[in-house]
Design a protein around this ligand. Structure first.
Ligand SMILES: [Zn+2]
Length: 399
């Protein structure tokens, strides 16, 4: 039975991967609809592709990676998207449907988490690849993503019959792994409002604090809300995560605009991050941004060094970002220079020159997506790594 589930998962995964390829190709092209034309076509010779040439994974291998009509090369990426999706769904099925011990058959246990993680992973893959290709993130994915995330959270927790927090960290649904303590939150909210209201000249208006009091007392007394507590917790975590994700990346984008003198992050990243927060909570937002920043910096420096010039002129000095400017100054560039003057730099200055003149564009979406996938799948491992790092810092600095 278990192996049957895994085979089915891999086959489904390959078909979903094939559909994701269609999404990645069609969503950013305004002249194409997702369902029209119905058959896939070769973008080179416009020939419609019959179903047997469109079978995921095997068709690519059978055709030797070439269109049968025009012999044009089919990008290897189609094959890898299908293969990666098949392996991903296989892995999720093994982890949530098979490896988790269950009392009442494989599908009663964790299929909500399985479906939700699969949806989230596929959405991330499409967003990442469209962003890498077009420098834009498709609204068709991220907007429904962050709008539906709270509802999905509610459903996932409802269909998982056993309380999830008793599980080992790596098996859990991320939104419950880091579930907020609702009663404590309501209590704190009530106290904060009660102390703030007199400041605003609103003392004596119990109406404003009453929602908090109602939540607190209902949870404490085992009232109506207490029966739904896990669902309410997860839904609240999703809404909070989406707001923190969207808000934080908006602020970072504004700061980046100032630091790099160009649009550092588009509004697409704001919506993508709202979706990520909706599926992983505000903790996942922070984790994704940390992972994305580390990976993005490495990628950005490498691509700048590869694409930059080794010598700079006064014009380059005037036009580079503040970061590039200070890198050049560090290697002996003057404060300013005539536009066509060649700048003399100290030893090692060519690296600074490459950094200052390299291609400044860095698509952040793919890195955010990678970070989010790691956070969603292994929240415990990332927390552990963070703890190790914090311990190391503590030992190194405080002895
Ligand atoms: Zn063709």
């Amino acid at each position: 039975m278990d192996s049957l589930i895994l085979i089915a998962a891999a086959l489904y995964g390959a078909c979903i991967g094939s559909f994701l390829n269609v999404c990645i190709f069609r969503l950013p092209r305004r002249c194409l609809r997702l369902w029209r034309p119905k058959l896939s076509f070769c973008p080179r010779c416009r020939r419609s592709i019959p179903w047997y040439e469109n079978l995921p994974i095997v068709a690519f291998l059978g055709l030797g990676g070439r269109c049968r009509g025009c012999k044009g090369k089919i990008p290897l990426r189609y094959f890898f998207v299908e293969l990666a999706t098949a392996l991903f769904v296989f892995y999720l099925a093994d982890r949530y449907l098979v490896a988790t011990p269950s009392e009442a058959g494989p599908f009663s246990r964790q299929w909500g988490t399985f479906v939700s993680q699969a949806i989230f992973g596929c959405a991330l893959l499409v967003c990442a690849l469209v962003d890498a290709d077009w420098k834009t993130i498709p609204d068709e994915i991220d907007v429904p993503g962050f709008l539906l995330a709270p509802l999905i959270a509610w459903i996932v927790v409802s269909v998982n019959p056993l309380p999830v927090p008793t599980e080992p960290a790596e098996r859990a649904y991320p939104l419950l792994e880091w579930a907020p303590n609702l009663a404590a939150l309501a209590h704190r909210g009530k106290l904060a409002l009660e102390s703030a209201l007199p400041w605003w000249g609103l003392s004596g208006t119990g109406a404003l604090t009453s929602p908090f009091r109602a939540v607190e007392s209902s949870l404490a007394a085992g009232g109506a809300l207490a029966a739904w507590e896990p669902q309410v917790c997860a839904t609240f975590a999703a809404i909070l995560g989406a707001s923190v994700g969207g808000g934080l990346i908006f602020i970072i984008g504004k700061l980046g605009e100032w630091a790099f003198r160009m649009e550092a992050m588009g509004f697409g990243d704001v919506k993508l991050m709202a979706m990520i927060g909706g599926f992983t909570g505000w903790q996942g937002v922070l984790g994704s941004i940390v992972v994305a920043s580390i990976l993005g910096s490495v990628w950005g420096i490498v691509s700048k060094v590869k694409s930059g010039k080794t010598t700079v002129t006064g014009e380059d000095l005037a036009e580079t970002s503040p970061l590039g400017y200070w890198a050049l100054r560090l290697f002996g560039a003057p404060r300013e220079a005539a536009d066509n003057a060649q700048l003399k730099l100290r030893l090692g200055g060519s690296l600074a020159a490459r950094l200052a003149t390299g291609d400044p564009y860095l698509p952040f979406g793919p890195f955010l997506a990678i970070g989010a996938a790691l956070v969603a799948l292994w929240p415990g491992t990332l927390l552990w790594l963070y703890g190790q790092w914090a311990d190391y810092l503590k030992r190194a600095w405080l002895g």
